[in-house]
Design a protein around this ligand. Structure first.
Ligand SMILES: [Zn+2]
Length: 341
């Protein structure tokens, strides 16, 4: 029987301190060579075990083998020079020194297929694999070659499609594209961002998702959120077109956010991963907090299309806090399952 309200996480989970410096983004690896390869696999196993122990239904690798959700993927492509860095403004928000696109981008070989195979061997539960979305990728680079955001995004979409097909072939059930940039560049999203995403999922038979959030709980993001006013209506700009798109699931930030929940009505018919866990605070939600967010969402999302989830990745949190939040997610979903079944 299919689980009602299957729980999952948006993506990253904290890494053990023996693998990488905790509570840090882009944190350097603490191991090298063969020990690093083995350490990443051990961490992936641990992360999976913790997800399963607290009852998460759709599990993931917790991004234990990647340093960063965008950079690690790009590192495996040709055409990008990581030595030659330029300063750009990421999502119109904060400066970062980023690699430069110096030639035609391509993917010489699969980036994550071995990790996905490894995860598949460890569990019978449905697995979700996150990839960066094309628009978020171009936003993390300086482009000295294509000189066109749209063109570069389209090239990345083709590459992501190859990667997604490899992941599907080794048994990944849901492929998710992380597109926080969708919350910033609305005109581009509507003109070509969603089209690029559809190119990235072309021909896939597994389920597909897009994750659109207000970012990790880092200062640049929390400061930005403070500037957004009392109502966050960003989703409103892109929902009509997303609703018409071929993407199956939309993953959103809902808990503790100022997103008016009724905006979910604009994507009625889509499956929705409802963010019911705030990743920008160490305060652990109660099961009842989670249940309340899910109940609100249920007014606009049919029960068989609602997937309780976290607002975003939890990489910058401590392992204890992340574990507590996952337990709360499971417990909150349980409460609502009992109410509606
Ligand atoms: Zn996110």
């Amino acid at each position: 029987m299919k689980t009602l309200l299957p729980t999952s996480t948006a993506g990253s989970l904290p890494k053990p301190s023996w693998l990488a410096q905790p509570e840090t983004l882009w944190s350097p690896w603490a191991l090298e060579g063969e020990a690093l390869v083995e350490g990443k696999h051990d961490a992936l196993r641990l992360s999976l075990q913790e997800q399963q122990k607290v009852g998460i239904d759709i599990v993931s690798d917790g991004e234990q083998t990647r340093q960063h959700f965008v950079t690690t993927f790009i590192e495996h492509l040709t055409g990008v020079d990581f030595e030659n860095r330029r300063t750009v403004k990421i999502r119109d928000r904060y400066d970062a020194k980023v690699p430069t696109v110096v030639g035609k981008v391509s993917r010489p070989k699969s980036v994550f297929v071995e990790d996905a195979k490894f995860l598949r061997q460890q569990t019978d539960k449905p697995i979700k694999w996150a990839l960066p979305g094309p628009m978020t990728m171009i936003d993390t680079l300086y482009d000295a070659h294509y000189q066109s955001r749209k063109k570069l995004a389209w090239e990345f979409a083709k590459i992501l499609n190859q990667e997604a097909k490899d992941l599907e072939a080794v048994g990944v059930d849901i492929i998710q594209f992380d597109e926080p940039a969708f919350n910033v560049f609305f005109d581009d999203v509507n003109e070509w961002g969603i089209a690029c995403l559809e190119r990235a999922v072309e021909g896939l038979k597994c389920e597909t998702a897009v994750h659109i959030c207000y970012g990790y709980g880092i200062k640049a993001n929390t400061d930005w959120k403070k500037s957004l006013g009392t109502e966050w209506r960003q989703y409103e700009e892109i929902f009509p077109k997303l609703k018409e798109s071929s993407i199956d699931i939309i993953s959103l930030e809902c808990h503790n956010s100022r997103v008016p929940i009724e905006l979910l009505a604009l994507i009625r018919g889509k499956k929705v991963m409802v963010g019911a866990i705030d990743v920008a605070t160490d305060t652990i939600e109660s099961a009842e907090d989670v249940a309340n967010t899910l109940r609100e969402a249920l007014k606009y999302v049919d029960a068989d299309k609602l997937y309780p989830c976290t607002n975003c990745g939890m990489a910058p949190l401590s392992r204890d806090v992340a574990r507590g939040k996952l337990s709360a997610l499971h417990a909150g979903a349980e409460i609502v399952r009992r109410e509606i079944s």
